[in-house]
Write a protein that binds this ligand. Structure first.
Ligand SMILES: [Zn+2]
Length: 366
């Protein structure tokens, strides 16, 4: 059943016994003076319970979450037995229409919360989202990807010092959780501070719907709802889960062309080669190495770099966590983890560090 988007009470079904309906709420006007609305799908149980939002494309070019939410909407068996789920495939419709991370005023909506009714375009839009969505929800899951020309291995970002946030972050079921409050003005941080415990998922690249990333998201959303008692499935848990507080981008020292030695999701030890920076003719300029034992959270997919360009995003592991991830047979228990690693590795050409076809004896004789 579809409600007229002009109605202010979009959150209430037209048919009070309805358990599933489409709706929309207004967030502003376009340059041509048209009303701009965010399309929403609501799944509601007749039984009382928490209200949870699942949002994607807050950055308008990050579409893996959009693909996953559309899968959930099309799945008629996805029906909470308690509470309400609000599914929003595209939150930032103005940026989405431009295939862009940013709004037409070049602002990042994810730094503009809670916004203000008298503020900028981004600030006013943020305020509508805050009033219409955050104020109605107890929990939130905000779905993102890496920024342009990068890819991320599936991870959750959450304030693990907040018990309610930690509960859903762990339940989501990714191998890696990065614990922090989130940047100032970010949707996650502001929603959590307002009492709507919110986590961010990061996985894959912009402008794509990647099959294993979508699978991770659908599994994660179901897991969270199970943990909150809203679905009756059993939790699909990863073979291991690490919580990291420290992350670092390893950056290029020189301009050049990279040969990658690691792929997203790889567990690496301190000193392990990450990439070799070479001239265009293949001669080595320098090798980038891991400053500590870590998981490769994300990396560039663009092999040509300038000094300072980010190459590998590492999540530091403690010796105990490194040991845990290295246990034999660990990944055999999680086929999704294995398949995701394989799929993401196809986005970068990974070679062994000792394999230097252009730096052998023949090269030295040139
Ligand atoms: Zn994002």
């Amino acid at each position: 059943m579809t409600r007229s988007p002009n109605e202010k009470n979009w959150f209430e079904p037209l048919d009070p016994s309805g358990t599933s309906f489409d709706a929309a709420f207004e967030i502003g006007e376009s340059y041509s003076g048209m009303n701009v609305r965010i399309p929403v799908h609501v799944r509601r149980s007749p039984n009382d319970g928490p209200t949870v939002f699942v949002t994607a494309a807050l950055h308008g070019d990050e579409l893996n979450g959009t693909g996953a939410i559309r899968q959930l909407i099309l799945d008629s068996t996805f029906q909470p037995t308690k509470g309400t789920v609000i599914l929003i495939p595209v939150l930032n419709v103005l940026a989405y229409d431009r295939h862009s991370r940013y709004l037409p005023d070049r602002r990042d909506l994810n730094r503009c919360f809670p916004g203000s009714p008298q503020g900028t375009l981004a600030g006013r839009m943020a305020r509508h989202i805050y009033d219409e969505l955050v104020s109605r929800c107890d929990f939130g899951i905000d779905l993102h990807t890496a920024a342009l020309r990068r890819t991320n291995f599936p991870n959750v970002r959450a304030d693990m010092t907040n018990k309610s946030v930690a509960k859903i972050a762990k339940a989501f079921g990714v191998p890696l959780i990065i614990s922090n409050r989130g940047p100032e003005g970010s949707f996650r941080r502001v929603a959590t501070e307002a009492g709507c415990s919110t986590i961010t998922f990061e996985g894959g690249e912009v402008w794509k719907v990647e099959s294993t990333i979508c699978e991770y998201i659908v599994r994660g959303v179901r897991n969270v709802l199970c943990r909150l008692g809203m679905l009756q499935d059993s939790l699909a848990e990863p073979a291991s889960q690490s919580v990291v507080g420290q992350t670092k981008w390893v950056r290029a020292d020189y301009g050049g062309f990279l040969r990658f030695h690691v792929a997203p999701g790889d567990v690496i030890e301190a000193g392990q080669p990450l990439a070799t920076n070479t001239t265009l003719l293949g001669q080595e300029k320098n090798q980038l190495v891991a400053p500590f034992a870590a998981v490769v959270l994300g990396m560039t997919t663009l092999p040509s770099v300038s000094p300072g360009d980010p190459v590998c995003h590492l999540g530091q592991l403690s010796p105990a966590e490194l040991q845990q991830t290295r246990q034999p047979g660990r990944s055999l228990h999680d086929s999704l983890h294995r398949r995701t690693k394989t799929e993401l590795a196809t986005n970068v050409h990974v070679v062994e560090p000792q394999d230097h076809p252009f730096l052998n004896d023949e090269t030295e004789n040139r």
